[in-house]
Design a protein around this ligand. Structure first.
Ligand SMILES: Cc1cc2nc3c(=O)[nH]c(=O)nc-3n(C[C@H](O)[C@H](O)[C@H](O)COP(=O)(O)O)c2cc1C
Length: 377
């Protein structure tokens, strides 16, 4: 049955099953809070899928060490690393978040007042900014160099345009995945010469667009044919994997469903929100990062919506909120910390080993195809 799930993408990537763990990075610069820590990525690659690691590293040395650790766990099995490369963002030239914050305070005093009110209202102690370097073009280039130096098999680029690195990647056999939430994004990714496109529907957790997976995937499959497409957004069962293949995708890119794994390092309160939540509890907002994101509904999203202020551009909105978000984390108030996760949460009820999650999807997809053969025609 499992063999029935093999698609040409499996041969292209050197994997057994066309199931990819989405690179997920929300939650900070540490493996201890990472949605996709090394152990989860390794579990998916070792189970026959493709594990992709999100960007949860304090600095470039930490990223380098993470890749080496992962390689030690998967041997010669393929894996990937994912970075956000936002196509539009505020260009930050300072490497100091304190300087960036001082500029935000000058230019957007009403936004800073909302953050200070949130801190006071919830009885928190304002926290220091994290020491990590703010996102900039220069930092992204240095991170890409770490991937190239380590000969990472697959690079996944979210939100933006990886054209600046695809030639260098291909020169050493690295495959590049580009993310698309609309046909125009897919066309931009194809022009950037990526190898695979992820068509991500609005159901998804994290940054996401407005078009549903059911509508988006076949449009992108047609627009970029014969380039292979991964379907994403709201996929967590074998029935949904079979549906994605029926829409013309050659595989699936799965995020939230792997947050219900034993190996993820998201806070347990956030995992409980996912396991206990209904699909409608996972709502869209631009106030976590400056770009539209789907996450568990909470009081902070309400407060920003009530303020009537527009979100700042990425990465400024995230930096703006750090004194509050870090304070909430330090006090264990995870109910006040954004929990990016998708509508599939309404179908997730228990935490399980990642291998079981993957193999259940494989088996159920095969059974679904068999059932359809016997039911249809
Ligand atoms: C907690 C979380 C963090 C995410 N971080 C990233 C990221 O850093 N880069 C990225 O390409 N996508 C990110 N995403 C989006 C996922 O890669 C993926 O497209 C999405 O989870 C798929 O939809 P699903 O959640 O319904 O499976 C994130 C998603 C979640 C839930």
């Amino acid at each position: 049955m499992a063999n029935g799930l093999r698609t040409p993408l499996c041969d292209f990537l050197g994997i057994e099953y066309p199931i990819v763990l989405a690179g997920m990075a929300a939650g900070g610069q540490s493996q201890t809070t990472a949605p996709t820590p090394v152990k989860l990525v390794a579990a998916v690659s070792n189970a026959g899928g493709l594990g992709v690691m999100g960007d949860n590293f304090a600095d470039l040395d930490d990223l380098d060490a993470g890749i080496r650790e992962l390689r030690g766990l998967v041997g010669d099995k393929p894996f990937g690393v994912d970075f956000l490369l936002p196509a539009t963002r505020a260009e930050v030239t300072s490497t100091s978040k304190h300087e960036v914050y001082a500029d935000i305070r000058m230019e957007y005093p009403r936004h800073v007042a909302v953050v200070e009110e949130l801190i006071a209202e919830h009885g928190l102690e304002s926290a220091e900014l994290s020491p990590s370097e703010p996102m900039s073009t220069d930092l992204l280039n240095r991170k890409i160099d770490v991937l190239l130096d380590n000969k990472v098999p697959v690079f996944a680029a979210a939100l933006g345009d990886p054209a600046f690195m695809t030639e260098r990647a291909h020169a050493q056999g690295m495959k590049v995945i580009g993310m698309a939430g609309a046909v125009r994004h897919a066309e931009r990714q194809r022009a950037a010469n990526v190898d695979i496109i992820t068509a991500q529907g609005t159901e998804a957790g994290g940054h996401t667009g407005n078009i549903s997976t059911m509508v988006l995937v076949p449009q992108i499959v047609d627009a970029v044919d014969p380039m292979p497409v991964l379907a994403a957004g709201g996929i967590g069962t074998g029935r949904q994997v079979a549906a994605a293949l029926a829409l013309g995708a050659q595989g699936v890119w799965v995020g939230t469903a792997f947050l219900a794994s034993d190996e993820t390092n998201i806070p347990s309160d956030h995992q409980e929100q996912i396991l206990g939540g209904r699909s409608e509890n996972f709502t869209l907002s631009k106030f976590l990062s400056g770009k539209q994101q789907r996450s568990y509904q909470n009081l902070v999203k309400d407060a920003w919506a009530d303020s009537g202020l527009p979100p700042l551009e990425m990465p400024l909105q995230g930096i703006l909120q750090e004194p509050f978000t870090r304070a909430a984390r330090m006090s264990g108030r995870y109910d006040l910390v954004g929990n990016p996760s998708g509508q599939i949460s309404g179908m997730l009820n228990e935490s399980r080993p990642a291998r079981d999650i993957l193999m259940d999807m494989v088996d159920e997809a095969g059974a679904t195809v068999e059932r359809m053969r016997s039911q249809v025609g």
